[in-house]
Design a protein around this ligand. Structure first.
Ligand code: FEO
Length: 181
C-alpha cells in the first residue's frame, strides 16, 4: 500500500504533467499562428510525451490500489506572455519563449525530486525505482530545451537561420515512453 503523502504528491504530479501537455500545446499554438510549423510540430510532440508521463502516474497509482483524482488542469497563457508581444518571434523573443519552457522543465524536475526524496524517506524502494525513469527523463528534457535555446541564440537572429531551425524541428517524430508500469 502506498503512503498517503506519496499518493497525494503523485496525483498532483499527474495533474502537472497534464498541465505540461496543455502548456506545450499552447506553445505549439503560438508557433503555428506565426507560421513556424516546425516549432509547432516539435511542441505538439512534446505535448504528447507529457500526456504519456501523466498516464504513467495514473497507471502506477491504479496498480498500487491507490485512489486517482483527476483535478482541474490550469489554463496556460503563453499567448499573453510578454515574450511574444509584437509581430514576430525571431531572436530575443524566441529565446524568451524557449527560456520559459526550460524554466518550466526545471520546475517539473524539482517536483519529481521532491517525490523521490519522500519515497526515499519512507524507504519505498518500488516507488523510487518507478521514479528513476522520470529523473532520467527530466535530465533529457532540460537538455532538449537548453540545446534549442543555444541554437536559437546562435542562429535565429535572421530569417534564414530561423527557417533552417524550423525545418530541423519539423522532422521530430513521436515515440511512446519506454517505461511500462
Ligand atoms: Fe513530463 Fe516535461 O516533464
Amino acid at each position: 500500500m502506498l503512503n498517503r503523502k506519496l499518493i497525494t504528491l503523485m496525483n498532483e504530479q499527474m495533474n502537472k504533467e497534464f498541465y505540461s501537455a496543455y502548456l506545450y500545446l499552447d506553445f505549439a499554438n503560438v508557433y503555428e499562428s506565426k507560421g513556424l510549423l516546425g516549432f509547432a510540430n516539435w511542441h505538439k510532440i512534446q505535448a504528447r510525451e507529457e500526456q504519456d508521463h501523466a498516464m504513467l502516474f495514473y497507471q502506477y497509482l491504479h496498480n498500487n490500489n491507490a485512489e486517482v483524482k483527476l483535478m482541474t488542469i490550469e489554463s496556460p497563457d503563453v499567448r499573453n506572455a510578454e515574450a511574444i508581444n509584437g509581430t514576430n518571434i525571431k531572436g530575443e523573443k524566441l529565446q524568451d519563449l524557449l527560456r520559459a519552457s526550460l524554466k518550466h522543465e526545471e520546475y517539473i524536475t524539482s517536483l519529481i525530486n521532491n517525490i523521490y526524496s519522500v519515497a526515499q524517506e519512507l524507504k519505498d524502494y518500488k516507488t523510487m525505482q518507478f521514479l528513476d525513469w522520470f529523473v532520467k527523463e527530466q535530465g533529457e528534457e532540460e537538455n532538449n530545451f537548453q540545446n534549442l535555446l543555444v541554437k536559437a541564440q546562435l542562429f535565429c537572429d535572421d530569417s534564414k537561420g530561423l527557417y533552417l531551425l524550423d525545418s530541423e524541428l519539423a522532422a521530430r517524430t513521436y515515440t511512446a515512453a519506454t517505461l511500462t508500469v
